[in-house]
Design a protein around this ligand. Structure first.
Ligand code: SAM
Length: 222
């Protein structure tokens, strides 16, 4: 199996189940026109995020890593009236493009974009003593996944879901001697998960338009 096949099957699936969407297409176009890297989730992955959030009746969502806001919009679409997404982004240009995209999607009112390094923003969020988040999507720098996960546990409640993206890294995750900081970040995260009694988790390998990778799904139990 090759990338060509994975892409063709993803396109086939998307054609059947993720119909063209003027807003999301415009969001991707605006992101590309602004020179943002093409590293947003694929359409079928975006829809999976929306379905997962809907399946637990999520009202509040935290996203770490906004880019142009593509996944943020899928997540916001899962929410009922009165719900909200907080999304964290370190790069001002990405935040600027995302803000325009949220306006384009008419979702600006329900999305709270915070600019800064997630590791600085997360303690501030915790200090706000807001209601726990029902759903967290971790999709920023992979080196800091363990810290993002620790904060996610502080910011959620039993029953919340936490999705961590890009945790297989083309299979390189199994290389204990890897010099790649992202691989080591994911490996530290897995060590942490093994011992973490507060969650039940699994990791699924994926192939598709975005190559070979995978995600971890964790359910907060206590
Ligand atoms: N979730 C987005 C989507 O699917 O549409 C893609 C996010 S992209 C993979 C990762 C984003 O995380 C980039 O926009 C990057 O600038 C941001 N990022 C990287 N390091 C960060 C950090 N330390 N704090 C906050 N954001 C960070």
């Amino acid at each position: 199996m090759t990338q060509k096949t994975w892409t063709a099957v993803d396109n086939y699936v998307s054609e059947a189940l993720v119909p063209p969407d003027k807003v999301l297409d415009a969001v991707l176009q605006a992101s590309a026109d602004s020179g943002l890297p093409e590293i947003a989730v694929a359409p079928n992955q975006g829809k999976l995020l929306m379905l997962l959030a809907q399946s637990i009746n999520a009202r509040t969502i935290l996203e770490i890593g906004t880019l142009g806001g593509y996944s943020t919009i899928w997540l916001a679409r899962a929410l009922p009236k009165g719900g909200g997404v907080v999304t964290l982004e370190a790069v001002p240009r990405h935040a600027e493009v995302a803000t325009a995209n949220f306006k384009r999607a008419r979702l600006g009112a329900m999305i709270d974009l915070r600019l800064g390094k997630a590791i600085d923003l997360l303690p501030k969020l915790a200090a706000e003593k807001r209601k726990p988040f029902d759903f967290v999507f971790i999709d920023a720098d992979k080196e800091n996944i363990p810290d993002y996960f620790k904060w996610s546990l502080k910011l959620t409640r039993p029953g919340s879901l936490i999705v961590v993206d890009n945790v297989v890294r083309g299979g390189r995750v199994i290389d204990a001697a890897s010099k790649d900081h992202s691989v080591q970040g994911v490996r530290r995260f897995n060590e942490m998960l093994k011992k973490e009694k507060r969650v039940e988790a699994t990791t699924i390998q994926t192939v598709g338009v975005k190559g070979y990778d995978g995600f971890t799904l964790a359910r907060v139990m206590k």
